[in-house]
Ligand binder design. Structure first.
Ligand SMILES: C[S@@+](CC[C@H](N)C(=O)[O-])C[C@H]1O[C@@H](n2cnc3c(N)ncnc32)[C@H](O)[C@@H]1O
Length: 384
């Protein structure tokens, strides 16, 4: 997939204004009820109108699809049908549903392409459902999204800048940043992050060769899932993790249990308040920068730059706004997610570049990743 970033094109002011006015006039005429029904009666117009109606219906009915998936996950429908194809009658008692309720759920999941009714009359999962069965991180994210959707009941309030209560409570380090997370909250969000880290780590590890480094420091490294994947894939570099104390303890426990525990070191730090340990020749920020507003991101990057010797490097991995082919994730889901969380900012490649350069980094370049929907990777150098 391409890693191109889509940037809005600029046009000359007066030509641009005339163009916009002309186009809006056209659209205003087309939006009249009589124009819409006239177009729908034309043979080609009818085809176009039906396609538009389907696309619009998909947008406004999205939540019912989401909730169908959630019901299937909570009732372990895909796992049960993978173990044994069944009818609604045989499946219903195990789900605690009436046969009618179960049939409704099977029909809905079939309409969404997650199940198929076989010629035998029994239902089985389609390939689309297999990732839900096989990847626990996907199921955890589906369940976690219930917090997001609670907060998005009032999307306008979120866009006006009021954080949603559910996600703000789930991510206690967001908000005013004065509150260090307690152990249970740190465990909950670190476990969620770790469950999707496998996919992120494999993207980052294929995008960049870590073997040339002596000491890699993962700042905001969570419970250590990324560094553990790095250690498994790349022999050589010493690995250092920095995170808030309640999270750093989790990483320590993970590393201590490994046979190569001596490769790791953990520093409990608040990266907005304390200087970072020096001596790494590569610092990684994996899904960390987007949690910070511009002022905090600048503070963090300045500390990162101070911790690096001239010529050392910084790798930033996170989803970027306006990435071609990934806008439904980056410009819709993730942007609203951060808004509901009440802190942070999804940024385009250009915006991250500007932040990096303001903190003194040079030679910023984007490394291609196979699935930019999951993450993009930017590499920068601390100048000599
Ligand atoms: C979204 S998580 C990403 C975790 C990990 N890098 C990953 O990709 O799975 C952000 C991490 O930054 C840490 N963090 C947030 N604010 C911090 C601060 N002020 N000082 C140190 N760590 C912080 C959080 O505890 C959390 O582990």
């Amino acid at each position: 997939m391409s890693t191109r970033t889509l940037q809005p094109r600029r046009v000359g002011t007066s030509l641009g204004k005339r163009w916009d006015r002309w186009l809006n006039g056209l659209l205003q005429r087309a939006a009249r009820p009589e124009s819409l029904s006239r177009v729908a009666r034309l043979p080609l117009g009818g085809f176009f109108a039906r396609r538009q109606a389907r696309a619009l219906f998909d947008l406004v009915s999205g939540f019912t699809a989401t909730q169908t998936v959630l019901a299937c996950v909570r009732l372990r429908v895909f796992e049960r049908l993978l173990a044994e194809a069944q009818t609604a009658r045989s499946l219903a008692p195990g789900l605690g549903l009436t046969e009618e309720g179960c049939q409704l759920l099977l029909d809905a999941a079939t309409a969404l392409g997650l199940l198929r009714r076989r010629w035998t009359g029994r239902y089985g999962p389609t390939p689309l459902a297999l990732a839900i069965v096989g990847l626990p991180g996907v199921r955890e994210m589906i369940e976690h999204n219930t917090l997001l959707y609670d907060d998005l009941r009032d999307p306008v309030a979120r866009l006006q800048g009021q954080p949603g209560p559910a996600l703000a409570a789930f991510w206690p380090y967001a908000g005013d940043g004065e509150e260090a997370p307690e152990a249970p909250a740190a465990e909950a969000y670190s476990a969620l992050m770790a469950s999707s880290q496998g996919m992120i780590a494999s993207e980052v590890l294929s995008a960049y060769d870590f073997s040339k480094h002596r000491r890699v420091m993962d700042v905001g490294g969570g419970n250590g899932a990324f560094l553990a994947a790095l250690a498994d894939a790349v022999p050589g570099p010493r690995l250092v993790l920095c995170d808030l104390p309640a999270v750093a303890r989790l990483a320590e426990a993970r590393f201590r249990a490994r046979p190569d525990a001596q490769r790791f070191a953990v520093h409990p730090v608040d990266f907005l308040k304390t200087p970072l340990p020096a001596d790494a020749d590569l610092i990684t920020l994996v899904r960390v920068l987007h949690d910070q507003d511009d002022e905090r991101a600048e503070r963090l990057l300045t500390r990162v730059a101070k911790a690096l010797a001239p010529g050392a490097q910084l790798l930033v991995a996170e989803p970027l706004r306006h990435t071609a082919g990934a806008q439904r994730f980056s410009d819709v889901y993730f942007s609203l997610y951060l808004r509901a969380m009440g802190w942070g900012r999804p940024r385009s490649e250009g915006e991250v570049r500007t932040l990096l350069e303001a903190a003194g980094f040079r030679k910023v370049r984007r490394l291609p990743t196979a699935v930019p929907l999951q993450t993009s990777v930017l590499l920068a150098e601390r100048p000599a």
